[in-house]
Write a protein that binds this ligand. Structure first.
Ligand SMILES: *Cc1c(COP(=O)(O)O)cnc(C)c1O
Length: 421
């Protein structure tokens, strides 16, 4: 459920007319709903009710300061994957002891940064990384809390670019090798093993892979405890999918996911962490764009928008589907027409949808890409020197620009001409 609904014949974000925002901000822009962000965070928080837990928002999904602050004020922790994200989380007011550091290649500088600023735990992804964390922590007189990310070798049955829990993926250590790695970890002076981490992929639309993975984590917990390790925290990752096509998808609910967690690992008495990103931000954001031209091609018509692949790369990168709806609500029963919906960038990959049935549209009309809140704005670029797409946050009857659209001078002035040129 989200808060982008038609009212009086046009699309609103909560109580704000989207056409008013477009008139004020210009297009294209991302638009988020505070109420949807809040609701999604709370669904996870409630799903783990009765267990000692923390929901650590995977901020790579959407990392604007205003979004982080909205979630942090609800009690969210943050899952970060770079020094930049760590700095963003701190800047939004998240204390170090609510920040989890994930990622397959943390640099020495990033490890030092997190130890200096405080960290809830590092999710370690390899033995060399574990040794480096120990060495750096020792050199600054600290002990770094860690979990080891295990790769449970389950098939998440998702797009190959976002599956992470098969043995051929680069993530984590093979679960079969875990006892050996934990034995080494216990002997390293600068780290303290506190638990186990697992994350099997993104956009999972079936709970079975989670069930298999968490059962393996439960077995491993008992085995490692028998080996003498302290396993008091389980980080169970993120990845729960969202319905991108309203018409035909019904992914699992956070409440079912929570029940699964209780069933598979609840008896272990561990503190539970989860790292949802997409399910919190995905349906809490849309991309609003304007039709520049309707162009008749050979046997097809193109809807040419002012938004492009540099603003929303998911269709080009993951073959992703986004529902695209007109901001003015179509008359009931209006005859739909097929459109190829494209942006102005000089690549054939700059195609959002082919043969998409839409009510008739004309130059100047506004459209909204639904479910664009996660992995949207954060993946935007300035390819073709198209200004980085702005972001807007709605709350009730208010809205605010939370990232400005840069002007051309700002973009050009980031370049420098060498003195010898
Ligand atoms: C990307 C990622 C997540 C979030 O995945 P979603 O599909 O957005 O929920 C969580 N944990 C880790 C380690 C990740 O890399």
């Amino acid at each position: 459920m989200d808060h982008f609904l038609y009212r009086d014949g046009e699309l609103y974000a909560e109580d704000v007319r989207i056409a008013d925002i477009a008139a004020s901000v210009g297009t294209p822009f991302y638009l988020y709903s505070t109420a949807t962000l809040t609701r999604h965070f709370q669904l996870f928080d409630e799903a783990l009710d009765g267990m000692d837990h923390m929901v650590c928002y995977a901020m790579k999904a959407a990392s604007n300061q205003a979004i982080l602050k909205t979630l942090a004020e609800l009690g969210a922790g943050m899952d970060v994957v770079s020094g930049g994200e760590y700095a963003r989380a701190k800047a939004a007011g998240v204390p170090g002891d609510r920040i989890v550091f994930s990622g397959v290649g943390k640099t020495r500088a990033e490890i030092r940064q997190a130890l200096d600023g405080g960290i809830r735990q590092f999710n370690v992804e390899s033995e060399p990384e574990m040794r480096v964390i120990s060495e750096i922590a020792t050199s600054v007189g600290k002990t770094a809390p860690i979990t080891v990310r295990v790769n449970p070798d389950v098939d998440a049955k998702t797009h190959e670019k976002i599956a992470t829990g098969k043995s051929e993926n680069k993530f984590g250590i093979p679960i079969a090798k875990a006892r050996e790695v934990y034995a080494e970890a216990a002997a390293l002076p600068g780290i303290e093993v506190i638990g186990i981490d697992v994350h099997i992929g993104s956009q999972l639309t079936d709970l079975t892979p989670y069930e298999l993975a968490y059962q393996k984590v439960a077995e491993l917990t008992e085995q490692l405890r028998a080996d003498g390790h302290t396993i008091k925290r389980l980080d169970l990752g993120g990845g729960l999918g969202i319905p991108y096509a309203r018409s035909n998808e019904a992914p699992p609910l956070p409440s079912d996911y929570g029940a699964l967690i209780k069933r598979t690992v609840g008896h272990l008495g561990c503190e539970i962490e989860i790292e949802p990103g997409r399910l919190i931000a995905g349906n809490a954001g849309i991309l609003v764009s304007r039709v520049i031209y309707v162009k008749q091609g050979e046997g097809r018509q193109f809807l040419i928008l002012d938004g492009a692949m540099n603003d929303l790369i998911r269709p080009a990168m993951y073959d992703a589907h986004h529902d695209i709806v007109p901001v003015i609500e179509p008359e009931p029963g209006v005859e739909q027409e097929p459109y190829d919906i494209v942006g102005p960038v000089c690549e054939s990959g700059d195609t959002f949808a082919k043969n998409r049935m839409m009510p008739p549209l004309k130059d100047g009309d506004l459209v909204a890409f639904r479910s664009a809140g996660a992995y949207g704005a954060v993946m935007a670029s300035e390819y073709n020197t198209r200004p980085l797409v702005p972001e807007v946050l709605a709350r009730g009857d208010q809205f605010a620009v939370i990232r400005q659209r840069p002007d051309f001078d700002e973009i050009i002035n980031r370049d420098t001409i060498p003195p010898w040129l």
